[in-house]
Design a protein around this ligand. Sequence first.
Ligand SMILES: [Zn+2]
Ligand SMILES: [Zn+2]
Ligand SMILES: [Zn+2]
Length: 141
Amino acid sequence: MGTPVTETIWRRLSADGLRRTPQREAILETLGDSGDALPLSVLLERSRRRLPGLGERTAERTVALLVGSGAVDAIARPAGEVVYRLCGRGHHHHLVCISCGAVAELGDCDVGDWADDQAARQGFLVQGHDVTVHGICAACR
Ligand SMILES: [Zn+2]
Ligand SMILES: [Zn+2]
Ligand SMILES: [Zn+2]
């Protein structure tokens, strides 16, 4: 079962050798249904509705594994709290509301060329970048 979004993710994960386990399924589907960025505590609580008995340590390890595989994004809110979100595929960044903490996904990234150019002036060969845009969301304005 699962939403189309999570089915796509499962195909990707199985290509990476990650089996479909009840724990991974509960967490991915909870994030997929939420459509929102969730702190670990909320993610755990909601995932338990799908998988009663899901332990905190297991949930932590599962989330870490899904983040490591690129299936789930970990985003730091301005106050330092980390939230997890199931995003679309491909390189992207996030908008974070400094008032309510809402997270949205930004579209095409234009940072690469600029970063390459700026870094090359200092003899750097760029290997990647982190960008988070902080602002006030439509609901908070
Ligand atoms: Zn994302
Ligand atoms: Zn907001
Ligand atoms: Zn980028």
